[in-house]
Every structure is written in C-alpha cells, then in structure tokens.
Design a protein around this ligand. Structure first.
Ligand code: ACO
Length: 328
C-alpha cells in the first residue's frame, strides 16, 4: 500500500461584502457591543445579501486555492464541500461547486459535520491521498449562517457569520505534510446545537417555517464546556500520535467559536496566546469555513513558514470534533 504523505498545496478564502456590527445587532435584539465583545470576542461578522448563496463563496475560495497550488481544476480528483447551509438539498453543494469550477475529473460531495466539517474533509482527503486513491483534493468549508439564525434569539444571532475557505491537498515530501489527524462525533448531544425543521422528520411546511423550526437552536452554556474539553483532548491525542510536544507548535488555529473557548483550550494545552490565531473579532463563528479562512489569512500574512508545526482543532454541532497536525 502506498504511504504518500499529504500536505496543503494552496489555500483561499472569500466572504460577502456586507458587514453586520454589534451596534447594528443591538438595534435588532436586546444586546450590547459590550456584552458581545466581553462574552465572545466578536465585534462584527460578514453577512450575505439575500440573493447570495453558499456556493458563490465556495467557488471563489476553491478557485483561489487551486490557482495558488498552480493546478488546473481538471487536476482535482476529489472535491469535499463542508457545509450545514447548502445551496439546496439535491444535488450536493459539492457538485454545484465542481460544475462552476470545471473540476470535471473530481468525485464531489458534501460533508455535514458543522464546525468540524473542514477538518473532517482534510482527514478523509489525507487518507485517500496516502493510499494513492486520489492525487489532488480540494476541501472547502462554506456557510451562510446568518440566514439560519433567529434574530429574536440573542444567544445565537450574535455569534454567526458568513464566508468560505478552501485548501488544496496533494502529495508532499521531505517530512512535510499531515503528521496526524483524528475526527470524532457523539450524536447523543444532538440537541445542544441543531436545526430541527426542514427535513423529513419535521417537514418544511408553512407551520414549521412560521415556528422558526429551521433556525439554529443552541444550549450555549453546555456546549461551551464540551467544546473546551473535546478540543483540548483531541489536540493532545494527535500531538501524542505524532510524538510532538505542545511547546513545539509554531501556530495553533482553533475553530473560531468564542474567544473564551480559544483561550481556555490554549491554556489547557499550554500554548502561549502569541502562537494562537484568532480572527473571531472580525468574522464571528463561520462554522466549517472558520479554520480554512483563518489558515488562508495566516498564509497571506506570512505567519506560517516552511517547516512550521501547525495544529488545527475544531468542535461543532452533532456534536463533532477533530484535530489535524501538520508540518508546513
Ligand atoms: N446579549 C446580552 N445578554 C445575553 C446575550 C446577548 N447576546 N446572550 C445571552 N445573554 C444573557 C443571558 O440571557 C443570561 O442572562 P441571565 O443571567 O439574566 O439569565 C446571561 O447573558 C448569561 O448567559 P450565558 O448563556 O450564561 O452566557 P455565556 O457566558 O455562556 O455566553 C455564549 C453565551 C456566548 C453562547 C457561550 O455560551 C458560547 O460561546 N457557547 C458555545 C458556542 C459554541 O461553541 N457553539 C458550537 C460551535 S458552533 C457550530 O457548530 C455551528
């Protein structure tokens, strides 16, 4: 069996022009800039216009990642689109993105793992590249969450934002690439973060729409504790698997859910905040897009150099969680 290590060959991101600030939210729901900033670290989030949809941003992010990898869309063998806000139920947003890109040699599909979707995709693409089943994979995380929040629920509507991020993965040499990855889920926690309406269990009817059953419902407090515990635990597991100490990590990119979650996880891992990336102030929580947007921002800003050890960890609805460690 081939054991070819996979690494990131190119990254990209894209988001809507529209911005929703905390002050604007305070005009819609009973909240304040002060509460949102101190409890979450968020100052603003990107908000798609009513006529914008998820694949628009997914295509832009993926195209940029493919160009930066110096590849042609026809070179892509696998396209994984992580999203909980698809364009439509059928076909997958992955197939819609594939057609727009002209990635006609790829197998395309969606991954529904909420905020962990991107790391789920990276982990699966890594396995398929390692075994020689595919050579080049695009993993894109894309969401329009602001169209699925209830603007009368101040606990959720202040958290989420829109955008997309992507990475092209392919074979790499010289000790570089993904050293370890792990993904997990526990469906028993379904109701900690879910959107009950719109599927076959609670069908999309005028009544379910009027009741707001398609909006995200969240038990933020409980989720907070599970998120910190799971992200820290799975990060330790991948570090151990790769025989790497937390002190050796050059950059930690956690899922951007809440600045307090980020700081609690970094503290548990003993990683100094100077080595932790945060963009939550400007993007809020973009679910599956959060880590690839952050990764591309770090690449653009020159925060990652060849040979650096980069750890990424996520947690999201499902519940799902995961971690990936790579040498850049
Ligand atoms: N503005 C003002 N007050 C608020 C707001 C708001 N936006 N939201 C809640 N409050 C109030 C509450 O009503 C409560 O008031 P009370 O004490 O009078 O009852 C008080 O503030 C404290 O509420 P808590 O829920 O305890 O606040 P907490 O510090 O836990 O922060 C938050 C809430 C930000 C939601 C936090 O729990 C959190 O970040 N949870 C995790 C979210 C997460 O990780 N989601 C998973 C990933 S997302 C995905 O998978 C798509």
């Amino acid at each position: 069996m081939v054991n070819q290590r996979a690494g990131v060959l190119g990254t990209g991101h894209s988001y809507p022009e529209g911005i929703l600030t905390n002050a604007e939210l305070a005009n819609i729901v009973e909240t304040s800039d002060e509460w949102i900033t101190t409890r979450t670290g968020i100052k603003q989030r990107r908000k798609a216009a009513p006529d914008e949809y998820t694949s628009l941003f997914a295509v832009r992010a993926a195209r940029q990642a493919i160009e930066r990898a110096r590849l042609d869309p026809a070179d892509i063998d696998l396209l994984l689109c992580a999203t909980v806000t698809p364009d439509q139920i059928l076909p997958s947003t992955g197939c819609i993105v594939q057609a727009e890109l002209g990635a006609n040699n790829a197998a395309a599909m969606d991954i529904v793992a909420a905020c962990s979707g991107f790391l789920y995709g990276v982990s699966l693409a890594d396995s398929m590249i390692r075994t020689g089943q595919v050579r080049h994979a695009v993993v894109v995380g894309a969401e329009i969450l602001t169209q699925y929040v209830d603007y009368t629920d101040r606990q959720t509507c202040v958290l989420f934002g829109d955008g997309a991020g992507a990475a092209v993965l392919g074979p790499v040499d010289n000790g570089r690439g993904i050293l370890a990855s792990k993904i997990k889920s526990d469906g028993r926690y379904e109701e900690q973060l879910y959107s009950p309406g719109g599927g076959t269990r609670k069908k999309p009817t005028a009544e379910t729409l009027a009741a707001g059953d398609h909006y995200f419902k969240m038990k933020g407090n409980e989720l907070f504790k599970v998120a910190v515990r799971s992200m820290a635990e799975i990060s330790r597991e991948v570090l151990e698997q790769a025989g790497v100490k937390a002190a050796d990590i050059s950059l930690f990119i956690p899922h951007q859910a809440n600045q307090r979650i980020t700081e609690a996880v970094a503290d548990r891992l003993n990683v100094d905040l100077s080595r932790v990336y945060s963009n939550i102030a400007v993007h809020g929580n973009t679910s599956s897009a959060s880590i690839p947007i952050a990764l591309d921002e770090c690449v653009e800003a020159g925060r990652i150099k060849e040979g650096d050890l980069v750890l990424m960890a996520s947690f999201g609805g499902g519940v799902t969680w995961g971690a990936v460690l790579m040498r850049w």
